[in-house]
Design a protein around this ligand. Sequence first.
Ligand SMILES: Nc1nc2c(ncn2[C@@H]2O[C@H](COP(=O)(O)OP(=O)(O)OP(=O)(O)O)[C@@H](O)[C@H]2O)c(=O)[nH]1
Ligand SMILES: [Mg+2]
Length: 509
Amino acid sequence: MPHPGSSSGKGKEIASLYEDARDSGQWPPYPPPGETELEKALRLEDEREARRVSDAIDQALELELQSTRRKRKEETRLLLLGQSESGKSTMLKNFQLHFTPRAFRAEGDAWRAVIHLNLVRSVNYIIDLLSHTADAQLSHSNSTTYRPHGDVSLHSQGSASPTAATFGQAHPHHRASQKPQPSSEIRRFKLALSPLRQVEMILAKQLSVHEREIHDPSNTISSGRPSEVTVRGGRAWVSLLKRKPQDKAQTQYDQDHAEALENARQILDACRADIVALWASEGVQAGLTEEGVVLREQSGFFLDQAERIASMSYEPTFDDILRARLQTVGVEEHRLVMETAAENGQQWIFYDVGGARGQRASWLPYFEDVNAIIFMCSTAGFNEVLLEDRAVNRLLDSFNLWKTICSSRLLSSIQFILLLNKTDILEARLQAGVQFSSYVKSYRGENDLMSVTDYLRKKFIAMHHHHSPEPRQLHVHTTCAINIDMTSAVLMRIRDAILVTYLMATDML
Ligand SMILES: Nc1nc2c(ncn2[C@@H]2O[C@H](COP(=O)(O)OP(=O)(O)OP(=O)(O)O)[C@@H](O)[C@H]2O)c(=O)[nH]1
Ligand SMILES: [Mg+2]
């Protein structure tokens, strides 16, 4: 909208004088000493003009504010919060799949490169881990990976609050320090799969992966897992990777890009049999067990489907896309224009944030002006530590984050939705005999999924009650965000809850 004073330089100048005088608390400005009648008449004319310009500015600002408010009322804004890997982006994908299936399907191709990079990084990680003897030993002490014998390092940070949980201390177990040299089998795999280093480089480059992410085996091994995929420039990679090689009207850059990806696919396809053999090898599995690495439970794990995914004809399925891991950096805005009959045309705006500790400061500006918060907690975090701070237990970090979010005054009148996610991993661990009570000392219930999720639900509700500045609605659901059917039932309930808030905000209820 043009500025009311912009057409008149003089008007603007006078308006600014007028503002200065008003800011200094002196209005109307004192007449200059010795003012003649003519000067006085000119001054009064200037003042009238200044007042007119200033009023016009105020009026324009007010109109703009009203229009923004009206527009915002027509949109539903949702903020996804939670620690890294709690499943925020995966939940967003579920929303896209359910409410904007056409747009989401169009992104399928773009996800292929991310899935390929996830797969290739797992392969390169295994080879590095099992062939770097000394580094591999380092990884054992630093790993964030779940260990069946419960030797994840935890810090008890119990507080006097009635909602604080008490976590068990670590029982580090030390292994003998000698480790065999890489076996001839690993050396053979290393040679056969060496072209995958190039594939990793190509994919990282095409996805615009952060430079610090480009492969460094020692970093990867010491983190105890394949490196994360983090892209630069928000969602730009999606539109870039959506283009097909046969598209007309491509720039040279687009063509080079498509060719590079095609190249990567061909190399991957040529290595397919060796990738499958690597993962099927008893020696490799024994080596991973020896290192205490459970890749199957890690984000972006695709080795079980390597045969299908590494093939030249591979098309990502929705299941694959939900399992793909792409770390969020900063805050991404996703505008969903609903395609479903009941919501057709409605706009839902999701703010998907990076959940790692270093990212959390960027959340604050989004606290104002959202209709609801969806807070995600990984229930599987009870025996895991944060990647960015291995001294901190994941569940305890979620508890503390939840308390902070609940106590924020900015959010006091916002609707809260809490999703207790990754229940599939939680259940698998409990069934494997990992005792929840060994990590959460205050837990007295049975070691099964129902009892543990019930405990967590009550704990989070109690914290919400205790820390909220004023009473507020809270909806709690247990989820497995990679399970489309289970999640779709939860989505309907979230949609209903949000719709009620939306109708209330637009004075329709
Ligand atoms: N097994 C299982 N995996 C899940 C579930 N939810 C998410 N994941 C996987 O966990 C990984 C991390 O999920 P994301 O959605 O990327 O996590 P995030 O909260 O967005 O993490 P940041 O972007 O780092 O803040 C992905 O590979 C998902 O496929 C779940 O319920 N069960
Ligand atoms: Mg994310």
